[in-house]
Design a protein around this ligand. Sequence first.
Ligand code: GRG
Length: 298
Amino acid sequence: MNFKIEEYISSKRQLVDKRLEKIFQAGNKKQSKLKESIRYSLLASGKRLRPVLCLASCETFGGRTSQALPVACAIEMIHTYSLIHDDLPSMDNDNLRRGVPTNHKVFGESAAILAGDALLTDSFNLIIKEGIKKEISSDKICELIATLSNAAGSAGMVEGQAIDLEFGSKKNVSPDDLKKLHSLKTGALISASAVSGAVVAGAKKDEIKHLKKFSDSIGLAFQIKDDLIDDTGAGKTGKSGGSDKKNKKSTYLTVLGEEKSLKLIDNLTTKSNGYLDRIDRDTSILKELANYLGKRNR
Ligand code: GRG
């Protein structure tokens, strides 16, 4: 087979980038500061892994990319909001994101808060507006909104962030504590990305059940890898490397050590592939994506 996952990711990423640029077009008139700050963070060089996962999942379950693309863009908007807010002085207080100074460093703190607020709210509006245009059924639109709002809100990402802030520089964080924190903070949106693509495609309930287990595993593997990259990857990641160390945070690296963390990534990837084997479809793209995420270096 001549399939290359890097090329697949790159082609889907281009689709997402193009559509995001269209959604937040600069236009000829002078832009408002709000729009400028949204464009600044959203159109910076993110990897677009969550939208790619959404599109790959839609394709796996026989759906149309054109129908899933607005949902994929909405997911990237939610993710970008979380990054802008996470970098704020009252949260992680970071200076660099996606290879450029963080949003609040350029536009000020209040503008950064508003850019995040707008991205989150607009993401749901986009799913409804484009969903109607692309003739996605109202039931599916409601399921998409329920899936994503659940993953982003107090049952998911925001709760994960709250736990993270509560832990602060606490030393005796257990592997179970870390798992809970990251399943919410990082895993919930990754999982919702895969599930959303499947919902657009009209996947069956039991297929979504296995897909959810698959994506929960890759979400955790993604975070463990992120912890390892944060420690070593300054320059490659576009973030201020070593920010966990600076904030004295407990990470998989500090709690388990490098060898065990790498082993856990491998185990989770193998486990995720096993869940896909329970789905009676060609799931090779999702498997390739899972393997890629576990081995990435940025
Ligand atoms: C709700 C304020 C708020 C925060 C949510 C997701 C999150 C919590 C914070 C983001 C900070 C962070 C470093 C999380 C750990 C893993 C992660 C989500 C990394 C960033 O995702 P990538 O690597 O980034 O996909 P790009 O820039 O490529 O999109």
